[in-house]
Write a protein that binds this ligand. Sequence first.
Ligand code: SF4
Length: 245
Amino acid sequence: MGREMRVKKTAAGQPASPAAPLAGYAEYLRDAGVMEIWGPESFRWAGMKQRGEAYPGLGDVHTLDALRDFIGDCKRCKLCNGRTNIVFGAGNPDAKLVFVGEGPGRDEDIKGEPFVGRAGQLLTDIIEKGMKLERSGVYIANVVKCRPPENRNPEEGEIAACEPFLKKQLQLIAPKFICTLGKFATQTLLKTKEPISLLRGNWREYEGIRLIPTFHPAYLLRNPGDKKLVWADVQKLMAEYNGED
Ligand code: SF4
């Protein structure tokens, strides 16, 4: 038997508000398993996520500078408590390639720039010595934009709070390629729990953009023997990047 669409009604049998039929329809869709939809405000009453509108007004942001202004002195998750600076992201706003890491560390927090510590130097070497690209020619961002205390892993709620900003950055830059660095960036964008050891080096797709995961440079500092695996991933990426022109 099909599901019935519920519409909240007054005692007189009229819809409780002009938007009540829409809210009822949204509930009906949600019960049928639809999780995300383009739609008006009333759809949110049914707990549905609106594309591009994770935060009111985010859908009206059309440049990276405007996005940084929108984020403001963000207090949308508890990582705001320990940060020195929000690390928004850096690089070419028209980059063909975006690297996505996990979150700022101590050096990044102090300087307000992504990947500037030891792991950052390794990433710069990968980009400039390995890929023969300028670091300023690519874009670098993180899943969470504030430093987790003691460099702990970001929690699910923190990732969920900050992810809309990363999604928006990727939407605005519209790169041809994304290289995710490590477990959190990869699992967040691909919506998977598969381990990075299985995901790395395999082409995937994120919102129509080709995505290749590899290990995080901080992991490589602890496990230098795996540099050869990252080198293999980078060669795969460059073969497509160079063939794309
Ligand atoms: S991590 Fe993201 S959501 Fe949380 S306070 Fe920082 S900018 Fe805001």
